[in-house]
Design a protein around this ligand. Structure first.
Ligand code: FE
Ligand code: FE
Ligand code: ZN
Length: 277
């Protein structure tokens, strides 16, 4: 069975998300660690964490994904914004140690005219401060569409970060199907070649999670607008064959499509059915 789920709201806590996921036919899910605007965070409820951990284990839940606020920029030219990114990520990671089997995914950042090398330096610097040998949580760099000055639009850019991170055993990648497609990787016509490239440049052992989205835009558009599964330019067939690839089907796969809960429930059921065939 696929480890498949969707993005959920964290506002009612972990146990609530776990129950909601199960009711949607999901055995994984993703959530924002805090309000992306303003970075507000609830006080950590250790009872809720423990209740979730046992509920999730009883229900055979797979690994889940915490998403850092996407407004955070680890490679801003402004030192205050970089400091804020460090504070928030370090606080998030500390909290996540109370949750079993969770990944922490983040957008590497936007270098805004500083150039990708300078951007990479800042991201590496931050990860070298944050990643500790004893931590349970693996941090994931998300593959980006290359909108504006986003770092992480190519596999090489992600590799350049990983190469310079000391505790890179705590670092991996989350592949977003909409982002790689918008970034110019043809997962519709040449999925084998794309995944071969991923393996050669980053290594499949670094791939820990997938964001499953269709795209409103075309191959190489560098746009990043998610579409419902089967309604975009990637299409249902390509997405189904992607998630049934041997190296992908064992990973947590999370929908970030423009849906309400009913819509997610339908997409999860549809994909489970299609992936069986
Ligand atoms: Fe993301
Ligand atoms: Fe994503
Ligand atoms: Zn996106």
């Amino acid at each position: 069975m696929l480890t498949l789920g969707c993005h959920l709201s964290a506002s009612n806590g972990y146990l609530h998300m776990g129950r909601e996921a199960v009711s949607l036919g999901a055995n994984t899910f993703q959530f924002f660690t805090r309000n992306p605007r303003g970075f507000k965070v609830k006080t950590l409820d250790l009872d809720d964490c423990a209740a979730f951990n046992s509920f999730w284990a009883e229900n055979n839940g797979g690994r889940i994904v915490a998403h850092a606020p996407y407004t955070l920029n680890a490679c801003s030219a402004d030192p205050h914004i970089r400091e804020l990114a460090e504070m928030i990520m370090s606080d998030d990671l500390e909290r996540l140690e109370n949750i079993n089997g969770v990944y922490y995914n983040f957008h590497p950042g936007s270098h805004v005219k500083q150039g990708v090398e300078v951007g990479t330096d800042y991201i590496v610097e931050l990860l070298n401060k944050l990643l500790k040998p004893g931590q349970k949580t693996i941090v994931l760099l998300e593959t980006m569409a290359g909108k504006g000055s986003e770092v992480g639009r190519t596999f090489e850019e992600l590799r350049a970060i990983i190469d310079r991170v000391e505790h890179s055993e705590k670092l991996g990648v989350c592949l977003d199907t909409c982002h790689v497609f918008d970034g110019g990787y043809d997962i519709v016509n040449e999925p084998d070649a794309v995944m071969e490239q991923f393996d050669k440049i980053i290594g499949l052992d670094r791939l820990h999670a997938v964001h499953l989205n269709d795209s409103k835009n075309t191959l190489g558009s560098h746009k990043d607008r998610h579409e419902l599964i089967g309604e975009g330019n990637i299409g249902l067939d390509a997405l189904v064959s992607f998630i049934t690839r041997p190296e992908i089907k064992k990973l947590p796969i999370v929908l970030e499509t423009p849906n309400d809960l009913d819509g997610y429930k339908r997409e999860i059921a549809m994909l489970r059915e299609a992936a069986k065939a």
